[in-house]
Design a protein around this ligand. Structure first.
Ligand code: AMP
Length: 447
């Protein structure tokens, strides 16, 4: 094969890493960065907060250890206290991370400490006091030590939450947030999770990350998922309204969140749903703060159990009992999608996310599935079945084949030619505007 047909493979030496770290990488025997290392190391080195989906076995440990070690090497400090904290769900994982951290730090002066349950408490107090720059810990034991004032994270530079989904599964959510509260607010935070479509991960990300970048690398066969994701095809917005009402009247849920892309649409949905005797509130950025607080309180207390919201209004929303999310409009990108569906799901149950998708949104939805490396279940609602059945042919990307080349309906094209010819004749003369409805495609879509 000719040389120039092979894309140059990235090497660890392409990253701006200290010589001591590159030497350790070589000694350990890592030759080339894995995909998660390629995608996560550069933004982490720029001190950005990251939300990363990557599984065990992907090389995620080195993906957060290398930039963390680099950060500590390049920013000297004389301040006392731990400089990097890595939280792991289990003792075994903490031990492995500790081992890898020591191996990567071998040629540096940095000291690494391990704080896990089951080990000698006094000895661990000592490890914290002896001021190891890096601590690898499980949340329960660390919190005990914090409560005894044995730990100081007021000058912490990097906080890593590894396998955040497992920490949530194990009931560590409160402990992790509590520990994060004790950490320096100016720190960099890296949150790793096997999946981003897992209950609580997004809510945790909202609380601990600042202006973060998302790196999504999870796989299709993602056993961790406890948010079921479905697509229901729709002909147009009127059809979507019928589907929405059907879902809200027939599916089982405690509380439901409906997302729209615009404030206008959020407002428009309220009356038709109320007409079906559904208890609905609306939340969007145009509303006064006092009104927003009032609606949120009604939703929290369950006085309204359905909330229609735009993305901005729902950021940071953490209400118990939301187990149905409906995307009335398909969100504009994968990250907004994750943030929307991340409002559902609880430790002990499955959340359901349904997207209503019309033909013009098919490719956007396909792009979101590709971004998440997941394929959503297609659901048909017999009682409200429409005509749109999806594209006839699909590209390997999942997008509609030939959609860009789609011809205008004959009538519309002929009408355009007629208007163009008339305009040519009338150059310089004023003319009455043509009726725009004549030019509208006849599929009833309004966007
Ligand atoms: P992790 O996903 O961090 O648990 O890593 C899984 C395994 O891959 C561990 O045994 C690592 O030592 C190994 N590993 C991590 N990065 C690389 C790399 N760039 N090349 C080869 N092996 C690696």
């Amino acid at each position: 094969m000719p040389h120039n047909s092979i894309a140059p493979a990235l090497l660890f030496s392409n990253f701006p890493l200290a010589e001591e770290l590159l030497k350790a990488v070589e000694k350990i025997g890592f030759e080339r960065p894995t995909p998660v290392q390629q995608q996560a190391i550069p933004p982490a080195l720029e001190a950005k907060d990251l939300l990363v989906s990557a599984e065990t076995g992907s090389g995620k440990t080195a993906a957060f250890l290398l930039p963390t070690l680099q950060h500590l090497l390049s920013r000297h400090t004389t301040l006392f206290g731990t400089r990097a904290l890595i939280l792991s769900p289990t003792r075994e994982l903490a031990q492995q991370t500790f081992n890898q951290c020591r191996a990567l730090a071998e040629f540096t002066e940095l000291k690494v400490g391990l704080v896990t349950g089951g080990e000698d408490f006094k000895q661990q107090q000592g490890a914290l006091r002896r001021n190891a720059e890096i601590i690898v810990a499980t949340p329960g034991r660390l919190l005990e030590l914090i409560q005894q004032d044995a730990a100081d994270f007021s000058h912490l530079q990097v906080l890593v939450l590894d396998e955040a989904d497992r920490m949530l599964d194990m009931g560590f959510s409160e402990d992790v947030l509590n520990i994060a509260e004790h950490c320096n607010k100016q720190r960099q935070t890296l949150l790793f999770s096997a999946t981003l479509t897992h209950y609580g991960v997004i809510k945790m990300a909202d609380k601990v990350l600042k202006n973060h970048k998302t790196v999504a690398l999870n796989t299709l066969h993602d056993g961790h998922n406890n948010i079921q994701q479905q697509i229901v095809l729709a002909d147009d917005n009127d059809h979507k309204q019928k589907l929405l009402a059907w879902l809200l009247l027939n599916d089982r849920y405690d509380k439901a969140l409906i997302f729209t892309n615009t404030r206008l649409r959020a407002n428009e949905l309220q009356a038709p749903l109320q007409a079906q005797n559904l208890r609905v509130g609306v939340l969007h950025g145009d509303m006064e703060q006092r009104e927003r607080n009032r609606i949120m309180a009604l939703f929290r207390d369950g006085i309204v159990n359905i909330l229609v919201s735009t993305d901005l209004a729902a950021r940071g929303l953490d209400v118990k009992g939301v187990n149905l999310v409906i995307n009335f409009d398909v969100p504009r990108n994968g990250i907004d999608y994750i943030h929307r569906i991340g409002r559902t799901g609880r430790a002990d149950e499955q959340g359901l996310a349904v997207a209503l998708v019309k033909s013009t949104e098919w490719n956007l939805m396909a792009g979101i599935q590709r971004f998440l490396k997941q394929k959503f279940e297609r659901r048909t609602i017999k009682e409200q079945e429409g005509n749109y059945k999806g594209p006839k042919k699909l590209k390997s990307s999942g997008k509609a084949a030939g959609s860009k080349l789609k011809r205008e309906p004959k009538k519309v094209a002929a009408e355009k030619v007629k208007i163009r010819d008339r305009d040519k004749k009338n150059i310089g003369k004023r003319r009455a505007p043509s009726n725009p409805s004549e030019l509208k495609p006849s599929n009833g879509q309004d966007e």
